[in-house]
Design a protein around this ligand. Structure first.
Ligand code: 7TS
Length: 411
């Protein structure tokens, strides 16, 4: 049985109080909280193993290397990659996508080619492609939104065509929570010979994700959104694609042999990891993966689906609020993004904060999407494995009071 009370006990920060009230943390799409197991893994690493990796014959360096490479193996298994060498460590999703834009895309995208993205991309999976298009002369094409703010699949074949060189798509939208049919879209891209990149920043932490099943070339995600530390992220690259790619950053670690006038490249994936890496945080991410696997990704997804359905029912009762994104649970992640004419999202966020409820307000780094929805900003509550129905009740209660307060001044 899913024991949310027991899970909460693993997260020290969840026992904090703000303004005399228990913290209700609903900003998980921005970053997740960390369980004791991850915090302890970081302390243990620095207390007992700290050394540089891949270079020492001394025991500490070998132990640090084993922990660091062990974390890579865990992350590879977590998304069902064939081998750990297909995981390149980065700082976050943003850096992972930029790595592809600066290496694979530079070598493979030319004038006349098309890069296709969804209308709900985070700026991290939009701006790099704008730059690639500008520099190469390729065209950036934006798929259309459906009425319910999901992806409009009816016109897909006009977007994914023989000119498509890359399909870059978000799996779960951080702006509105829509889950995109990435497997179906990847199959269409494959048929026309295009490469496929999936932004898994909001899917890998929340549901079982299988890169082989999706059949993508690239999957980008961030450790800090999946119970891991900040400053560590990953890029999955299919082996055959990775082997063709030129390095991104150059210097130490990524070379095999160096002469005054040239150098040869190290094995995969070190070829893409110049300089001393973020060893401790990679180890911390490994501990986060252990924790998530201990609970089970299917169980986490089910918990979030149930909570989301509970929240959707409660939101239906609030007339003054428009909730964005598809309503069916299989097409939605645990992200509740909403708008009301009664109060600006920032004022609402401040009001909720006084009730110790943390939500995010703004454009969520999806400005074009917000514009398409006819708003400049939304209020967003985003859920994770430790959230409860009682916390949704707090959110709804505080929201109703805010609407009364900003609406007619009563409390
Ligand atoms: N892609 C998606 C879908 C995201 O939600 C985010 C971060 C990123 C990329 C970038 O991740 P980073 O770790 O490189 O920053 N999303 C959010 C958010 O919704 N609120 O704060 C960060």
């Amino acid at each position: 049985m899913y024991d949310v009370k027991k899970i909460r006990e693993d997260f020290p920060i969840l026992s904090r109080e703000l303004y005399g009230k228990p913290l209700v943390y609903l900003d998980n799409a921005a970053t997740s909280q960390k369980p004791r197991q991850v915090i302890d893994a970081l302390t243990d690493y620095y207390t007992n193993y700290n050394a540089n990796v891949h270079r020492g014959v001394h025991t500490l360096s070998q132990e640090a290397t084993d922990l660091y490479e062990g974390a890579r193996t865990k992350v590879a298994r977590f998304i069902n990659a064939d081998e750990p060498e297909e995981i390149v460590w980065t700082r976050n999703t943003t850096e992972s996508i930029n790595l592809v834009a600066h290496t694979w895309a530079k070598a493979n995208i030319q004038a006349g080619d098309e890069i296709v993205v969804t209308p709900m991309e985070h700026h991290s999976n939009l701006v790099p492609w704008q730059q690639v298009a500008r520099e190469s002369g390729a065209k950036l094409r934006i798929m259309p939104l459906a009425e319910d703010a999901g992806l409009d699949m009816s016109q897909i074949d006009q977007y994914i065509t023989s000119r498509t060189k890359l399909l870059a798509m978000v799996h779960v939208s951080n702006g509105i929570g829509a889950v995109n049919p990435v497997k179906e879209l990847a199959a269409k891209a494959r048929k026309v010979g295009a490469a496929v990149l999936v932004d898994g920043a909001q899917s890998v932490p929340h549901m079982p994700v299988d890169v082989k099943d999706i059949d993508c070339d690239f999957m980008a995600f961030s450790g800090h959104k999946m119970l891991g530390p900040t400053g560590i992220g990953a890029l999955y690259v299919k082996r055959e694609t990775l082997e063709e790619m030129d390095p991104f950053l150059t210097g130490g670690e990524m070379v095999l042999e160096v002469w005054y006038d040239r150098a040869s490249w190290n094995d995969l994936p070190m070829r893409f990891e110049a300089g001393t890496p973020n060893i401790a945080d990679a180890v911390g991410l490994g501990a986060a993966v252990d924790y998530l696997e201990g609970i089970g990704m299917e169980n986490i997804r089910q918990h979030e689906v149930q909570l989301t359905e509970y929240a959707l029912d409660a939101f239906k009762e609030i007339e003054a609020v428009d909730l964005f994104g598809p309503l069916e649970s299989e097409r939605r992640g645990g992200i509740l993004s909403f708008h009301t004419d009664i109060v600006h999202p920032h004022d609402l966020g401040t009001f909720l904060d006084r009730d110790a409820i943390a939500i995010r307000t703004g454009h969520h780094c999806t400005m074009p999407l917000m514009r398409s929805l006819g708003v400049v900003a939304s209020a967003r509550a985003s859920l994770y494995l430790y959230n409860t129905e009682e916390e949704i009740d707090c959110l709804v209660d505080s929201l109703k009071r805010a609407l009364r307060y900003f609406g007619d001044g009563t409390r």
